[in-house]
Design a protein around this ligand. Structure first.
Ligand SMILES: Cc1ncc(COP(=O)(O)O)c(C=O)c1O
Length: 389
């Protein structure tokens, strides 16, 4: 969807003509007679501000239905509730740490088994499928090593075994990638990230490809109740108005930052799907509209937790914080932060080294971001030289 369509898919208020969507801060709605209402009866079931957000997100992703939740994890949780005890999931190994925690410590206890594989190789997905596989769960690109999986190829495999393909599209955003067009059944987003875009809210979104799945998700959303409140729906809608603008600038900045890091002596490897040397560059280019996202991760030649801590505590514009996708640049140390819930040996196996640092490029002037990184590399070099003397 282009910027014009996105902006004009957000309706003005039919009641008053207000150009921005009103915040319907209400828990309930007056009924003319029992069961006779104007489409809204109780705010857990539906709310007019939330409905606008849900409809807009469904359009953004080219899906049938949209559903807004209190957080990205609540959105993931709602999709997992489609499963029953005994069912299995095939999931990408480099999965977001919070999703891993939910899968392992909540759903495995309830009898759902998860097989983690490197989904960038389609054969690994085929090999991991059993007769009990009901969901294939991928993130593309992944958090934080930016692995890219072939969504169209995996969707064919999912269909052939009657499993649902779920794509966590948080890192690509609906601007770069629309997984339903590539054959996915369900998309989830941490709306906290690019869609909200200002690091001022937490939100989760689900988009379904079919009426049948929409009905199931609507039921789960109402039955479990983890909905997004009207004020946060308003902020998310406002974020969507500038999503195209922000995301493209963030992609541009990340491209410059990735190339800078790629030629730096102190860096051992750079993960950014826009680099031609990236293992999955070709498929990323094909399925992501030539946009590679605003996240770059890299590890240091001195591959230690201490070296990473030295780096992340000295930047000026890249603020040390969890999360990503906002207008202000952020950085984090996954081994101790976002992915701390993953045991070290599993973390290392999925490529998250001890010194791995994740950058989320904001919309600042890119020269300032580069000079921030340059200054920190120089500082560390000077400190090291002083220690040797
Ligand atoms: C890829 C991905 N999916 C889901 C989530 C969870 O979203 P939330 O933090 O909004 O619950 C995150 C959070 O970092 C994420 O990075």
């Amino acid at each position: 969807m282009n910027a014009t369509k996105i902006i004009h898919s957000i309706p003005s208020d039919p009641l008053t003509g207000a150009i921005s969507v009103p915040v319907y801060q209400t828990s309930t709605f007056i009924q003319e007679a029992p069961g006779v209402n104007r489409g809204f009866d109780y705010a857990r079931s539906n709310n007019p501000t939330r409905k606008v957000l849900e409809d807009v997100v469904a359009k953004l992703e080219g899906g049938h239905g949209g559903f807004a939740f209190a957080t990205g994890l609540a959105a993931i949780d709602s999709v997992l509730k489609l499963l029953s005890s005994g069912d299995e999931i095939v999931a990408v190994d480099d999965i977001y740490g919070g999703a891993y925690r939910l899968f392992t410590h909540v759903y495995e206890k309830l009898g759902v088994k998860v097989n983690y594989v490197d989904t960038t190789d389609v054969e690994n997905v085929v090999d991991a499928i059993t007769t009990k596989t009901k969901l294939i769960w991928i993130e593309s690109p992944t958090n934080p090593t930016l692995k890219v999986s072939d969504i169209a190829a995996i969707s064919k495999i999912a269909k052939s075994v009657d499993a649902l393909l779920v794509v966590d599209n948080t890192f690509a955003s609906p601007i770069a990638q629309n997984p339903i067009e590539l054959g996915a059944d369900i998309i989830i987003h941490s709306g906290t990230k690019y869609i909200g875009g200002h690091s001022d809210l937490v939100a989760g979104l689900v988009v379904t490809a079919s009426e049948e799945l929409s009905e199931k998700l609507k039921f789960i959303q109402n039955a479990s109740g983890g909905v997004l409140g009207p004020w946060d729906c308003f902020l998310t809608i406002r974020g969507i108005e500038t999503l195209d603008l922000r995301f493209k600038k963030q992609c541009e900045n990340a491209d410059v930052v990735a190339n800078f890091l790629n030629s730096h002596d102190a860096v051992s490897e750079v993960h950014f799907p826009g680099l031609e040397t990236h293992k999955n560059h070709k498929i990323a280019k094909k399925q992501q509209n030539g946009l590679f996202g605003g996240i770059v991760s890299f590890s240091l030649k001195e591959d230690t937790v201490e070296a990473a801590v030295d780096f992340v505590t000295n930047t000026q514009f890249f603020k040390l914080a969890e999360s990503l996708g906002g207008v202000k640049s952020l950085l984090c140390h996954p081994a101790q932060m976002t992915h701390a819930s993953i045991p070290r040996e599993i973390r290392l196996k999925s490529g998250i080294k001890d010194s791995l640092i994740r950058l989320s490029c904001g919309v600042e002037n890119v020269e300032d971001l580069i000079s921030d990184l340059t200054r920190v590399f120089e500082l560390i070099e000077t400190n090291k030289a002083a220690l040797i003397i």
